[in-house]
Design a binder for this molecule. Sequence first.
Ligand code: ATP
Ligand code: MG
Length: 203
Amino acid sequence: MAFVERVRRIGVMGGTFDPIHHGHLVAASEVQSYFDLDEVIFVPTGQPWQKSDRKVSPPEDRYLMTVIATASNPRFSVSRVDIDRPGPTYTIDTLRDLSALYPDAELFFITGADALAQILTWRDVDEMFKLAQFVGCTRPGTEQLELPLDQLPMNRITLLEVPALAISSTECRARVAKGNPTWYLVPDGIVQYIAKRELYTNR
Ligand code: ATP
Ligand code: MG
């Protein structure tokens, strides 16, 4: 019997990761296991277009934190496609770049329920759904997911309940600014990196 090679299945976890925290990591790990993904690629955004009102940490710091947090997992890796592309980051560009890099792979874009609820406002939605399947993970605070069901290709979307971790980057930044600990909310290396680079201290 001929050996048929399985199509490579790649998860794509986009985010600002300012900083990356255990909510991101648990969601990625759950989706990896549920869909039996070969790999999950974390993609830190360049300048996120929805966050142009807030000062985002330098891309290189967010990239390095993502590398530090994912380094020990053989199935996790980090891509620079978004931080190396000039201008604001749109998911469609991320997916175009990754499908060009992995033309034979099946892509699964992983996003929190809060982000998924906004998806129709994203640029080039129709093409986005052609390039990837979308996986929406539950996230505390977004229990009532208001999805415009009639306007979405639900055969390209899976909603997945992941162990809910009530952690957000916003909360982590606020804790650092107040001098409160972030141990166990983020990986140890991230606590140390934030201190070393004096991130989020408003100085
Ligand atoms: P911020 O508070 O600055 O918006 P964040 O915690 O939402 O940060 P992002 O980098 O914006 O983190 O999120 C990247 C992706 O991870 C988004 O799709 C978001 O919905 C998802 N996500 C973030 N936190 C969690 C969590 N605790 N559980 C599940 N998904 C999450
Ligand atoms: Mg967010």
